[in-house]
Design a binder for this molecule. Structure first.
Ligand SMILES: [Zn+2]
Length: 224
């Protein structure tokens, strides 16, 4: 039998339901108290069960992004003979939003060899008015070509912000995963609708976050 992690349809269905039933309820509490709406989960590759689920807690520290919180909780689980904490390479990493530079590094340093995300950086900027993932990667990490080398500003602009497939991990959006599902347009159409339905669940969360932020909620976050 194929492992559910290797069946793109089973995987996409589980990732969407993990967001809807496990991450969103935590996120609703987080945004109501002034934290951003980014969440994450770590799942076992063998049966796709969730090991840890977390959301952003920037109220306490600007470093407590959803992914970092999730990794911290994962490593606080005891590692015993009947381990409740699997090794990182046997897990899937789910991020509701494409991970920022901090979280890309956190995922890498923690030994996860993959991650999947629902919203892209462009979604975070355009749907959620949170432009910092792109800004930080461009300003801090994207070094222009050395003097004399040929690279126009358009080429620089088009250069990917990180390697989606590299020595450490393979990153896939839910749209990438959907493209891997075999079958006709009808099936793809169903999954496209399902992805959009779960994305829409974030509209209300985003409104709450922006409203609570504009009311001056207490938060340790610097880039809001
Ligand atoms: Zn992050």
């Amino acid at each position: 039998m194929t492992s559910p992690a290797k069946d793109p349809e089973a995987l996409l269905g589980t990732l969407l339901s993990t967001i809807e039933t496990r991450i969103i309820p935590l996120t609703a509490e987080g945004v109501a108290s002034g934290s951003k709406l980014f969440g994450a989960a770590i799942l076992r590759k063998d049966d796709l069960s969730a090991v840890t689920v977390a959301t952003n807690n920037e109220k306490a520290s600007p470093l407590l992004h959803g992914e970092i919180n999730c990794i911290q909780q994962f490593f606080s689980l005891p590692e015993t003979a009947t381990s409740s904490r699997p090794v990182s390479k046997d897990c899937l990493f789910l991020a509701t939003h494409e991970p920022c530079s901090l979280c890309l590094s956190g995922i890498t340093w923690s030994g996860f060899d993959n991650f999947y995300y629902l919203f892209t950086y462009e979604d975070s900027r355009d749907r959620f008015s949170i432009p910092y993932d792109i800004q930080i990667l461009r300003e801090v990490f994207r070094v222009p070509a050395v003097k004399g080398a040929q690279e126009s500003s358009e080429q620089l602009e088009r250069r990917p912000l990180y390697n989606h497939c590299n020595k450490f991990f393979m990153a896939k959006s839910f749209a990438d995963l959907m493209d891997e599902i075999a079958g006709g347009e009808e099936k793809k159409c169903k999954w496209r609708g399902e992805i959009e339905r779960v994305k829409k669940l974030y509209d209300g969360l985003s409104e709450t976050y922006q409203a609570v932020k504009s009311q001056g909620a207490q938060s340790a976050s610097v880039w809001k």
